[in-house]
Design a protein around this ligand. Structure first.
Ligand code: BGC
Length: 350
């Protein structure tokens, strides 16, 4: 049961056919205020979040071909293991698993045909849109048949609620996130957005963008968002961690939050609109859209240039499978992986 989700209006349309002739469906949920959440079954992705004033605060594409031919993970559900796995390999129960190296020397976001590139089964169930996927044993090199369910709901106080569960018939690794790019002004650079992140430590990256294994305190660094700060203020600072990613592309840690009640992770705002992020995940990767390159045409002909969207990817710590002191991403056979993230929209306080 989703609290505060009575009277939603649901609609379904055919979004298109993939190059493999699979039907992709589009769902829209509209609440009492006229806020609309639009989802597609390709990648179980968020394609639009339209505020009552008509501002669409997320990036996306109008054509299925553009979703198929991009590597930006636009709005998508990312898995089986989000973020980087160093060297594209890990060992589990004494066995070495070799994955695709699709990001320099590393494996990124579940591989070449990750969850973002699959057509999920979809349905409306109660007040939610539910997407289901079975990732077969050996899919992109990962062990075990993994059944994943993502459900999206919208409430009348403008919260987009994402629940995820997964279960596997062998021990495996799982780290699932949503990769929506937000632009709360509906366009332009995200450097003039304010951001607060309720964390004072992040996992450092090496020059390939992968976890070095070290945690770093934000105090006195460009990474300090403990108090509201413009994203653009220190984004080009002369600092190795910033240079390694051409901006922010780092995981903030919530040390005591694993399996806890959901807590507020971040708040962002620009113009009239602000958004709170709540999660029970132990980390949140803040990516400032440094590699958006303006090549693909966005919704209504928009060109998504560098830093035209930012992602707050609630997730486990990157490359945790290769760092024993990071919270474990191993999902044991038969155990249930269960995570929740809420993006709640409200008026920006000046
Ligand atoms: C990664 C970026 C990557 C982007 C899109 C982010 O989550 O951390 O480095 O460019 O996804 O691929």
């Amino acid at each position: 049961m989703l609290k505060g989700a009575a009277d939603m209006k649901f609609s379904i349309e055919h979004f298109g056919k993939t190059s493999e002739d699979e039907d992709v469906m589009e769902y829209t949920i509209e609440n009492r205020n006229g806020t609309k959440l639009t989802l597609i079954s390709y990648g179980a992705a968020i394609r639009g979040i339209e505020m009552p004033n008509g501002t669409d605060v997320v990036l996306g594409y109008d054509r299925i071909e553009d979703y198929e031919n991009q590597d930006k993970y636009m709005g998508a559900t990312v898995g089986r293991c989000a973020n980087r796995i160093g060297g594209g390999c890990f060992s589990l129960n004494g066995k070495e698993y070799v994955l695709a190296k699709n990001n320099g020397p590393n494996h990124l976001h579940g591989g070449i045909v990750g969850f973002d590139k699959k057509v999920w089964k979809s349905s409306i169930e109660g007040q939610r849109v539910v997407f289901r996927l079975t990732s077969p044993d050996g899919d992109e090199g990962y062990p075990g048949n993994l059944d994943v369910e993502i459900s999206y709901g919208l409430t009348n106080n403008n919260a987009v609620v994402i629940d995820c569960t997964a279960v596997c018939d062998k021990d495996t690794v799982v780290n699932i996130t949503n990769h929506t790019y937000f632009n709360l002004a509906g366009g332009g650079t995200i450097e003039d957005h304010y951001l607060t992140i309720n964390s004072d430590e992040f996992t450092e990256i090496d020059e390939t963008g992968c976890s070095s294994g070290k945690l770093s305190h934000v105090k006195g660094t460009p990474f300090d968002f403990t108090k509201r700060k413009l994203i653009g203020k220190d984004i080009d600072a002369d600092c190795v961690q910033i240079k390694n990613a051409s901006g922010y592309d780092h995981n903030y840690v919530f040390k005591d939050r694993h399996d806890a009640e959901i807590l507020k992770a971040a708040e962002a705002g620009c113009g009239e609109i602000a958004m709170d992020v709540w999660t029970d995940q132990p980390g949140m990767h803040f990516y400032s859209g440094n590699f958006l390159d303006g090549e693909v045409r966005g919704k209504n002909g928009a060109v998504y240039g560098r830093r035209s969207g930012f992602a707050l990817e609630t997730q486990d710590w990157p490359d945790a499978v290769n760092h024993e002191d990071f919270p474990s991403v191993v999902l044991k056979k038969g155990e249930v992986y269960k995570r929740k993230t809420v993006f709640k929209f409200k008026k920006m306080l000046k």
